[in-house]
Design a protein around this ligand. Structure first.
Ligand SMILES: *[C@@H]1O[C@H](CO)[C@@H](O)[C@H](O)[C@H]1NC(C)=O
Ligand SMILES: *[C@@H]1O[C@H](CO)[C@@H](O)[C@H](O)[C@H]1NC(C)=O
Ligand SMILES: *[C@@H]1O[C@H](CO)[C@@H](O)[C@H](O)[C@H]1NC(C)=O
Ligand SMILES: *[C@@H]1O[C@H](CO)[C@@H](O)[C@H](O)[C@H]1NC(C)=O
Ligand SMILES: *[C@@H]1O[C@H](CO)[C@@H](O)[C@H](O)[C@H]1NC(C)=O
Ligand SMILES: *[C@@H]1O[C@H](CO)[C@@H](O)[C@H](O)[C@H]1NC(C)=O
Length: 546
């Protein structure tokens, strides 16, 4: 019965005694197999080499992953040629890696705060963060490795900006599998306009995630929920950053920008003893930045992935026909600020990139956002987004994708003549029909109640029209002329009703200006309110709502 406590005692004394999670001034970490291990044995720090290379680096890797996988490398741009390296922390809190043979410092953490520093300690935390703390600063760190990401993001690390001191956290690919020095690719949060992540090769944009919509990036299906991790996007006055959390503590996962610019989220599979790629961004043609040129829409489900949206036509038709889409599309009718314009709604998009955004994060509804765009001649499109608020695009629209599901709505400015019949004309015709003639109103109300509202339109439209839009217009029109002004929709909701694809419209009640003949037997419990009698009243009501 005494055996268990005894064995337990020995285990405590023997095995963890070799593993410490911190280093104080005066102590050294040598390149002789010594390591620092975080308190619950999740991460380990020490000297290491990469496959087929003599170079020695100080780095941090997962303690429980047999296949050594560095998530952070200190001296990635200045390796040691042999095992004469030594890691120390100075009494002022600076981390140094020195070559003890030549007595040269090859890397330092630049974290010296002499005035505030007392008893600095270097500690490897359980989330893999290497920190310099002092007993006077509590949980505030003089320095932390999470502020200096390499090619890997793990839970607790951020990708983005500290807006208070303009410090950026971003990923940089390794040069090669054997060389962790800075490679060609960076993956960074773009804080202008839309909140999105951008992969660059040198200065050239190669891919962008598309905007964060509150749940995921870009709205594409590949960003849908998964069982391994949850993405996080924080945007407030202090920070804008992307991060993620594993769904449970047993999961080991990491996000990496690899040497060839691939963006992979991997998870460690203990049973198979290997890293499994669970999500790869940049997989289809439409992930190639601006493949379809300005105003071109890309859809990976189509055989010919690039298409010009309604109202646009290829800028270089011959190139376009030869599948060189880089010239993009141009409007059939150029915009002219002194001529009437409207907007066409394009649903289910990965919202475009552009050279210049205008963002107003204050509470603005769709109508105010539309008006803000109309006020500026350079505004070519707008969207009302959950996260960024009202966003206006000033400049060519680039890198648009259209999805068969998901995505966001974009309203693109078009010359009124290009908006065609489909929409504004139809609204005008129908509202004029309903609002300007008593006889027509009679009939509109009658056929609506009789369940055959399309009869109303058949008489006046020579070409086929989309049924649902017609019905919506008639219903909206009837809502606008309801007897009780308080029942009538506001102008902004009218616009929303007309813009939305499947709006939930209330059933219209009896119209206000209505022939007495009908009124008598339709509403016997009349309030005695005089119905409107002039068609002008109704037109005004229609335009201004209530
Ligand atoms: C560094 O080198 C000197 C002399 O070569 C030696 O005395 C000292 O012990 C070494 N220090 C460490 C930490 O290896
Ligand atoms: C520390 O600062 C020096 C001089 O400003 C700079 O050359 C060096 O790259 C910095 N080291 C790190 C790790 O930032
Ligand atoms: C980068 O990741 C991609 C996709 O997983 C893979 O095909 C490629 O081989 C990787 N490149 C390197 C250099 O590891
Ligand atoms: C824009 O329209 C106005 C009014 O119709 C016209 O006078 C002007 O020439 C047009 N501008 C361009 C650039 O087409
Ligand atoms: C943002 O929108 C609000 C409400 O419409 C307006 O008062 C404010 O001036 C706008 N701000 C900018 C910078 O346009
Ligand atoms: C449009 O807005 C931008 C950004 O505020 C401004 O620089 C530009 O002058 C505006 N253009 C017009 C025609 O109002």
């Amino acid at each position: 019965m005494m055996v268990f406590p005894l064995i337990f005692f020995f285990l405590i004394c023997l095995s963890p005694s070799t593993a410490i999670d911190n280093l104080s001034p005066g102590q050294t970490l040598l390149d002789n197999g010594q390591t620092i291990v975080s308190a619950s044995q999740t991460f380990e720090l020490g000297f290491f080499s990469l496959w087929n290379s003599e170079n020695r680096y100080v780095g941090i890797w997962f303690k429980n992953v047999p296949q050594q996988t560095p998530v952070w490398v200190a001296n990635k741009n200045s390796p040691l040629g042999d095992s004469s390296g030594v890691l120390v922390i100075t009494s002022s809190g600076k981390i140094l890696i020195a070559n003890n043979a030549t007595n040269t410092i090859i890397w330092s953490s630049n974290s010296s705060y002499s005035a505030a520093t007392s008893n600095p300690v270097l500690q490897l935390l359980d989330n893999g963060n290497l920190v310099v703390k002092t007993n006077v600063l509590g949980d505030y760190y003089l320095w932390q490795s999470f502020d200096h990401p390499c090619d890997t993001l793990i839970p607790g690390m951020n990708l983005g900006w500290n807006l208070r001191n303009n410090q950026e956290w971003y990923l940089t690919s390794w040069k090669t599998l054997q060389d962790p020095s800075s490679g060609d690719y960076t993956y960074r949060v773009d804080p202008r306009g839309l909140l999105q992540l951008v992969l660059r090769q040198g200065a050239q944009v190669q891919y962008r995630s598309g905007p964060w919509d509150g749940v995921r990036f870009g709205g594409g299906p590949k960003f849908s929920k998964n069982a391994v991790y949850d993405p996080i996007f924080v945007f407030d006055s202090n920070n804008v950053f992307y991060s993620f959390v594993n769904n449970d503590n047993s999961i080991i996962s990491r996000f990496v920008v690899n040497q060839s610019g691939a963006l992979n989220h991997l998870t460690w599979n203990e049973r198979r003893n290997e890293w499994i790629v669970i999500i790869t961004l940049r997989t289809d043609m439409c992930d190639r930045y601006a493949l379809c040129g300005p105003y071109g829409f890309c859809n990976a489900d189509r055989l010919l992935v690039c298409q010009c949206p309604d109202g646009f036509t290829p800028r270089l038709p011959e190139d376009w026909a030869r599948l060189d889409w880089s010239g993009g599309c141009v409007r059939k009718t150029p915009l002219n600020c002194s001529v009437a314009a409207g907007f066409r709604r394009f649903p289910r998009l990965k919202l475009p990139d552009t050279a210049y955004f205008l963002v107003n994060r204050t509470e603005m509804n769709l109508v105010e956002c539309r008006e803000a765009c109309l006020r500026n001649c350079s505004c070519v499109a707008y969207a009302r987004t959950e996260v960024s608020g009202c966003v206006a695009w000033l400049g060519d629209l680039l890198d648009v994708r259209d999805y068969s599901e998901g995505g966001q709505d974009l309203y693109v400015r078009m010359a009124a003549s290009d908006l065609g019949k489909t929409f504004s004309n139809l609204l005008e015709i129908i509202s004029r029909l309903i609002c300007s003639s008593t006889g027509m109103l009679d009939q509109a109300w009658k056929v609506w109640n009789g369940g055959k509202p399309l009869e109303l339109v058949d008489a006046v439209m020579e070409s086929p029209v989309p049924t649902s839009e017609v019905l919506r217009c008639i219903q909206t029109g009837l809502l606008c002329v309801q007897q009780r002004p308080e029942d009538r929709p506001t102008m902004s909701s009218v616009l929303l009703m007309l813009d939305s694809e499947n709006p939930m419209l209330p059933q219209p009640k009896q119209p206000g200006f209505y022939t007495e003949r009908f009124l008598l037997h339709a509403d016997s419990s009349s309030t005695g309110k005089k119905p409107f009698s002039s068609s002008n009243d109704v037109t005004v009501t229609m335009l201004q709502g209530r």
